[in-house]
Write a protein that binds this ligand. Structure first.
Ligand SMILES: Cc1cc2nc3c(=O)[nH]c(=O)nc-3n(C[C@H](O)[C@H](O)[C@H](O)COP(=O)(O)OP(=O)(O)OC[C@H]3O[C@@H](n4cnc5c(N)ncnc54)[C@H](O)[C@@H]3O)c2cc1C
Ligand code: FES
Length: 287
């Protein structure tokens, strides 16, 4: 095993745009808790990108991240191979999720959010909760980690928008059906695209379930210094990197989050196009 810090030991593609990385990072592996994240940089001049700690093994000194290529930096990550090294890997960052016995919990993951919610489902199950996991994706090939989620859940429901796997429809339809079948759910944990978190949190509140959602604003330092990750929760400004990323979701201003994450869309699109035009040939760290 390559025991140089930040080295990719295993790289596996889970879907056309989603890759799994097992990385040698013993100090982070020894300290990681469910709900925390790391900040990665592909090269010396690379952007700092927050990514969830999906799994960790303190004995082997490894951590696992699952990354969806949606822009330039995440595309650079997913072009990296086994044996490559991340220039920067900082963590564990963020507040761990409060893990306790709530009773029955609904864990809802959408897209790559399924990977992000996995360690939380596992910890909640270990704490004695009945865990009902609801997983959503646009289609079958984008629905990741179903087997792994089933291994840490009491019940798992898969949904796809196009009906190519599991139930046809959205996670909110599945959650409503579970509640209508008489299941009393005490708390909910949601990670996925912002609109999905907004509507799932709203539904949970209307069903008397206490919702929590993990927020994904743009981040820079990840340690509470720059203010870039500001979110509005219950009318108060919070820093997602240190106060979260998981917050009680009934009072989150999701529309403000959508506005803030869209602020640099034109620049992000131009940067990705330039990267694609270069045929992914720009070396890691050189822009
Ligand atoms: C705490 C935290 C944990 C995260 N965990 C994971 C993870 O485990 N796996 C994973 O694939 N991604 C995760 N993300 C999202 C990831 O950080 C972004 O996808 C990444 O920063 C995008 O960088 P980019 O340069 O590739 O794309 P950009 O060019 O920056 O953005 C491309 C598109 O993605 C949108 N976008 C930008 N930043 C974010 C963001 N933070 N979240 C969602 N959409 C964004 C933009 O609006 C734009 O439409 C996490 C984000 C946070 C804050
Ligand atoms: S990312 Fe800078 S304060 Fe949160």
């Amino acid at each position: 095993m390559n025991t140089e810090k930040n080295t990719i030991l295993i790289k596996e593609d889970l879907s056309p745009a989603i890759s799994k990385f097992v990385i040698y990072a013993p100090l982070i592996a020894a300290a990681a808790k469910a709900g925390q994240f790391i900040i990665l940089r592909a090269g010396k001049t690379g952007e700092r990108v927050p990514v969830t700690l999906v799994d960790w093994d303190a004995d082997k000194g490894t951590i696992t991240a699952i990354i969806q290529a949606i822009g330039k930096s995440t595309s650079m990550f997913n072009a990296m191979k086994q044996g490559d090294k991340f220039d920067t890997l900082a963590g564990p960052l963020g507040a761990p999720v409060e893990i306790k016995n709530y009773g029955c919990v609904a864990v809802v993951g959408g897209g790559v959010g399924i990977a992000e919610v996995y360690p939380i489902a596992r910890a909640l199950k270990q704490a004695g909760n009945k865990v009902i996991s609801i997983l959503g994706a646009r289609s079958k090939e984008l629905l990741i980690l179903e087997k792994e989620m089933a291994g840490v859940s009491s019940e798992t429901i898969a949904c796809t928008d196009d009906g190519s796997h599991g139930q046809k429809g959205m996670v909110t339809d599945a959650l409503k059906a579970v509640a209508e079948n008489g299941e009393k759910i005490d708390a909910g944990f949601i990670i996925g695209p912002i609109p999905m978190m907004k509507f799932t949190a709203k539904l949970m509140s209307s069903l008397g379930i206490k919702p929590h959602a993990s927020l994904n604003p743009i981040m820079l330092d990840g340690t509470g210094m720059c203010g870039c990750c500001r979110v509005v929760v219950g009318g108060q400004t919070k820093f997602a990197c240190v106060d979260g990323p998981m917050f009680e979701a009934a009072d989150i201003d999701f529309d403000n989050l959508i506005l803030r994450t869209s602020e640099y869309k034109a620049e992000e699109r131009a940067s990705l196009e330039k990267f694609k035009e270069a045929g992914h040939k720009c070396k890691v760290g050189l822009h």
